[in-house]
Write a protein that binds this ligand. Sequence first.
Ligand SMILES: [Zn+2]
Length: 359
Amino acid sequence: MYQALYRKWRPQSFEDMVGQEPITTTLKNEIRQGRPAHAYLLVGSRGTGKTSCARLIAKAVNCLSPQDGNPCGTCEICRGIDSEDILDVVEIDAASNNGVDSIRDLREETNFLPNIAKYRVYIMDEAHMLSQGAVNALLKVLEEPPEHISAYSLIPEEGTPLYDRYEKGILELPDEDADREMYQETKRVLGRAGYERYEISNYAKKGYACRHNCGYWQRKNYVGFGIGAASLKENVRFRNRTDLDGYLQDPLGCREEVQVLSRQEQMEEFMFLGLRMTEGVSPAEFGHLFGHSMEDVYGKVIRNNVEDGLLQYLEEPNSDAVKPGSQEGGVVKPTDGMRLALTDRGLDLSNYVMAQFLL
Ligand SMILES: [Zn+2]
């Protein structure tokens, strides 16, 4: 088969890209560490190897046996990209597809997972030829997808312009059913996109759950810095002063609003903060902390909510597999190591469930 000269002699590794060491070294390191960026902008005069470099990146991130950040050049993916048989690597001539509609189509496509390669790669040649509208549409794709997402359903606060519009009937709010449906849909969509729900309103890619938030719900000690920041230390909650001058004079010593939590308040917090977490609360930890079993203190509330399908015992933390505890005379009891957590229905009615844990 005839192969055009420029294709035959195209660089096969980043080392072949002569005169661009700082760039190729950076690229290779990122790829070797399995952390390629979401998008690369390759800028330079004609013939400096921008397109060749883009093709190398496409191969290197998808290669089945990469060699120190370089593509192997011989696996089926590398060969497929070379012969342009792999549809996950798309080359677009932006000069002739420079309208906003082309970019909108591309944006739709990027929502789908790649076919056989690990990553879908778009090589956009002549990107400077895109129309202004197309550039704006493209920005949406180039935005870095976040590792962490918080999704809250909000209500307008009295005294705000939004509330005024709501009161005058200009602004319509979704009813409770629509609100729940939106919550469940958010959960589904984010789940499909690889975000794990670790708290009622918080989602994260694996390993990116917010440590501070988790510490808050698990009632760990934390110290807040800055004016007005809250802290919890050995069951004392305090807030830093809210005036800057006073705070700066003694940043660590000034505490306003000190609240010493009673044993009862500690138990309440343990339940209604801990139950916000997807992993729920541990009856064993409760017993260890407070010297009373969860059953002694909250037995009736828990039983009622389990029977109503709002709470459940989970075998493992973070496990979606629901394994109900042993049934003894209609009473659901946890076995060792089980945790108490909200059910899907309980999530919808979480405020109602939590309120019952106030003693
Ligand atoms: Zn390869």
